[in-house]
Design a protein around this ligand. Structure first.
Ligand SMILES: Nc1ncnc2c1ncn2[C@@H]1O[C@H](COP(=O)(O)OP(=O)(O)OP(=O)(O)O)[C@@H](O)[C@H]1O
Ligand SMILES: [Mg+2]
Length: 355
């Protein structure tokens, strides 16, 4: 999937911006606060229905306006689709080729994308939920039916936690256990399969970027030597005390093993970024193999935190994937790519193609 043309209206500082993108490499440069990240964030929103900066829709609407609208022409093989998103007081409205409905999942299917931004090291150094989302992204693109299983599990978890917090008593709570376990095991199986597909790529890219072997260790969210059902039954008093379910896939993590010790504690910030980039690129490669189509990669200031050699290695891996790439930079930086990219200048939220 590649974005051919893209339009953003009243999104952050972008009043009305239209950009025709190259199907391979694009560089957007401009001074601080000119609107570079806003453009990537808008493109990211078109493929995810949410901001990769974690901003609420109200923060994304241009000051003084009441809604933002995004539009993209997305090409997948021979087919071109029109993808539109409107976010107003009524919420998110998604339109694909004129048809409404589908929401964020339809966007994610239409325009799968990954983001590397200056906060990417959080994938390594941050809380486990970042890594669960990461695992789920791979599983969503690799496994049919994963999204449904995930939605059902979320609902079961919510219901069980609500029962724990009400005065329902252990009996009612226990009645949720069987369904909870069935769904939990589906999520676990989906994540394991996703990882089996992804780990060779993750380890290969990771070892290359970090110059040494990198390992990944999946943790399901409960001790595997014990069955989840038994753990839930035995742990009901603790769950009641804490008002939430202590074991399950909502507690999963992906531990990183680097240099035989835990990477999260050891690596420098630059190394954390490289490791996180390796994870993103490995996941992208895995999804690409499953979908048999290029994805969109958004690189916000890829040079941040990296020395010249590391940046060159990272960009070589990026190019290797054959994805559509949109990268930002403070300077006009055509050397990011081996071939001449399309270069855009952004100033006060207005974009002009210069090469
Ligand atoms: N809702 C909004 N309405 C109007 N302007 C906004 C809104 N949200 C953010 N801005 C402004 O948009 C401008 C561009 O921000 P953006 O983060 O895109 O800049 P940037 O070019 O990525 O800068 P940097 O080089 O520092 O990363 C900033 O001045 C910011 O204050
Ligand atoms: Mg920025």
């Amino acid at each position: 999937m590649t974005v051919q043309t893209f339009r953003a209206q009243n999104f952050r500082c972008l009043r009305d911006v239209e950009v025709g993108l190259a199907t391979d490499y694009n560089v957007i440069f401009g001074a601080n606060a000119s609107g570079k990240t806003s453009i990537l964030e808008a493109l990211g929103y078109l493929g995810r229905g949410k901001s990769f900066r974690g901003a609420a829709p109200s923060e994304l609407v241009r000051h003084g306006e009441s809604e933002f609208v995004l539009f993209g022409q997305v090409r997948a093989g021979e087919r071109t689709s029109r993808v539109g998103v409107r976010n107003s007081a009524e919420g998110l409205e998604v339109k694909i080729d004129g048809a409404t409905g589908g929401g964020a999942a339809a966007l994610a299917t239409m325009l799968p994308l990954q983001v590397i931004d200056p906060d990417v090291h959080n994938l390594v150094a941050g809380a486990p939920d970042e890594r669960r989302r990461y695992l789920d992204w791979i599983a969503f693109h690799v496994e049919h039916g994963y999204l449904d299983a995930w939605r059902h599990f979320r609902r079961a978890l919510k219901q069980r936690n609500a029962a724990l917090r009400s005065a329902s008593g252990p009996r009612l709570i226990q009645s949720w256990n069987a369904e909870f376990v069935t769904l939990a095991e589906k999520i676990d199986a989906g994540r394991r399969q996703a990882l089996t597909a992804a780990i060779p790529a993750l380890e290969e890219v990771g070892s290359e970027l970090l110059g040494g072997p990198v390992g990944f260790e999946y943790q399901a969210g409960w001790p595997q030597e014990k069955g989840l059902l038994t753990l839930l039954e035995r742990g009901v008093d603790r769950d009641l005390q804490l008002g939430s379910t202590q074991y399950g896939p909502h507690r999963a993590d992906l531990k990183l093993v680097y240099d035989e010790r835990r990477a999260r504690k050891l690596v420098s910030r630059g190394q954390q970024k490289l490791l996180a980039c390796a994870m993103i690129l490995g996941a992208t490669e895995t999804a690409l193999t499953a979908l048999e189509r290029p994805l969109l990669l958004l690189l916000d200031d890829p040079a941040a935190e990296l020395d010249g050699d590391s940046l060159r290695q990272l960009m070589a891996r990026v190019v290797n994937l054959g994805c559509q790439v949109v990268a930002t930079s403070l300077q006009p930086e055509p050397r990011l790519f081996p071939e001449t990219p399309a270069v855009f200048h952004v100033e006060h939220g207005a974009v002009a193609r210069i090469e």
